[in-house]
Write a protein that binds this ligand. Structure first.
Ligand SMILES: C[S@@+](CC[C@H](N)C(=O)[O-])C[C@H]1O[C@@H](n2cnc3c(N)ncnc32)[C@H](O)[C@@H]1O
Length: 421
């Protein structure tokens, strides 16, 4: 009988071995993270996250990711990404305990080693409290970087954990002390009931048992530790939305994550000829070019400083994009030159046209209708919501619907998607 070679038999099929060696995403021990998006753009940010290989167990903005987190710092729709850890403490003061402080520093050190942060700051309700001041002092010592309450690079956020699945500590003992009835007469306890007795509900809520109405009203039991505290440490010293290409800033410059959202929602197509009237510092142009090729990409602005600023940013981003000093209301370009027009319209005092906003918006809509191809589309970002919606209601050249409303820098601009009637 031929002798089988155990070594030969142990060797897996070559195809299988190759597959097994090639993991589908990054490897290494997984850690928990959370992305932060501008209010109104959470869906766009989460969709981008869901396409990141290795990101798993995604719940809202929270997820697990294995190994090196550099891929997460390249997310374009999020303003920040944080490493997260939940501490089983009833309140932040308990983080000052020896054990918890050691755990907190051990959690933060790898984030500093990764991001190279030179200082830190705390963000929490009661940031000025004695507890937070002591926590800052303790962390200065254990982390070896200074506390800068306003400008600290390592942003450490503290907030109560939200975990509806977590079962709270029982609080029955306190209640029982007030009950005068025999155990048989008592209503079933929470946790012993069926679906109606939902453990996890706050014990301070209105009673669910009719029998309790007969009892003397009792003060609600003291709130007990139910959920813990989350500590979030921002991976990068600057927000992700502060792009490396932005070497020139302009008042009214668009948050780059909004530009990303505009193009993700309007569609990124290689065949698009794209026009960005009123291009300012070039945010929309650069973010679009970074997303992929297009047939044409052109920006105009009447302000020569804005044109120079955009050109500097485009240079820093190592892109080649045409920007010219031209009036968007009177471009002289042939009709139907563009398939996608994106405009972040001026607002407030920035209006340059005689007749103010109304004249500017009216002239803009007319000229863009001329420049837009028959199947073309236009995205308008504006703070002048009432004016824009009135103008839309009064005209019959465009169909418009709202894409999103975002909260950014104290303003609530809206984005509308328009198509030619
Ligand atoms: C809200 S800012 C755009 C900001 C830009 N998205 C950015 O990220 O920097 C509006 C711009 O419109 C320009 N503008 C105003 N009227 C214009 C016109 N008629 N033609 C072209 N640009 C105009 C202003 O000079 C200003 O740069």
């Amino acid at each position: 009988m031929p002798r089988s070679s155990p070594q030969k038999n142990a060797r897996p099929d070559r195809g299988t071995a190759r597959k097994a060696r090639r993991p589908s995403g990054p490897t290494g021990p997984a850690a928990e993270y959370e992305i932060e998006a501008l209010s109104g753009l959470e869906g766009v940010a989460q969709e981008e996250l869901s396409a990141v290989p290795g990101a798993r167990d995604i719940r809202g903005g929270r997820f697990w990711f294995p190994g090196d987190p550099t891929r997460l710092t390249r997310l374009k729709g999020s303003v920040a990404v944080y490493r997260v850890k939940t501490f089983d403490v009833p309140r932040p003061k308990a983080l000052l305990g020896h054990q918890q402080l050691g755990d907190l520093a051990a959690f933060l050190r790898p984030v500093i080693a990764y991001g190279g942060h030179q200082s830190f700051r705390l963000s929490a309700a009661g940031r000025e409290s004695a507890t937070m001041r002591r926590l800052a002092e303790e962390l200065e010592t254990s982390l070896g970087i200074p506390y800068h309450p306003e400008e600290g690079e390592l942003l450490i956020r503290l907030r109560p954990t939200e975990n509806p699945n977590r079962i709270p500590e029982p609080v029955e003992e306190k209640r029982e002390a007030h009950w005068e009835r025999s155990p048989e007469e008592r209503p079933a306890r929470r946790g012993q009931r069926g679906a109606a007795g939902r453990p996890g509900h706050s014990s301070a809520q209105a009673p669910e048992w009719p029998e309790e109405e007969e009892l003397e009203p009792q003060p609600a039991p003291e709130p007990r530790f139910e959920t813990g505290w989350d500590v979030l440490a921002r991976l990068t010293p600057r927000p992700l939305s502060a792009r490396a290409w932005r070497v020139c800033n302009m008042a009214g410059g668009l948050n780059a994550t909004i530009a990303y959202a505009v193009f993700k929602l309007a569609g990124v197509r290689d065949a698009d000829r794209i026009f960005n009237p009123m291009s300012g510092s070039g945010t929309l142009l650069i973010e679009r070019d970074l997303l992929g090729p297009s047939m044409a990409l052109v920006g105009v602005d009447t302000d020569p400083d804005a044109v120079r600023c955009a050109q500097q940013n485009i240079g820093a981003a190592k892109r080649t994009i045409e920007v010219a000093q031209v009036d968007a209301l009177n471009t002289g370009l042939p009709p139907r030159s563009f398939d996608l027009i994106v405009a972040d319209l001026p607002w407030g005092d920035a209006i340059t046209v005689k007749g103010g906003n109304e004249a500017l918006y009216t002239g803009f809509l007319k000229e863009m209708h001329r420049l837009c191809s028959r199947q073309g589309r236009m995205v308008v970002l504006t703070h002048e919501l009432r004016l824009f919606e009135r103008l839309m209601a009064e005209q019959d050249r465009w169909h418009a619907h709202e894409l999103f409303q975002v909260y950014s820098g104290g303003h609530h601009p809206k984005a509308y998607l328009l198509s030619r009637v």
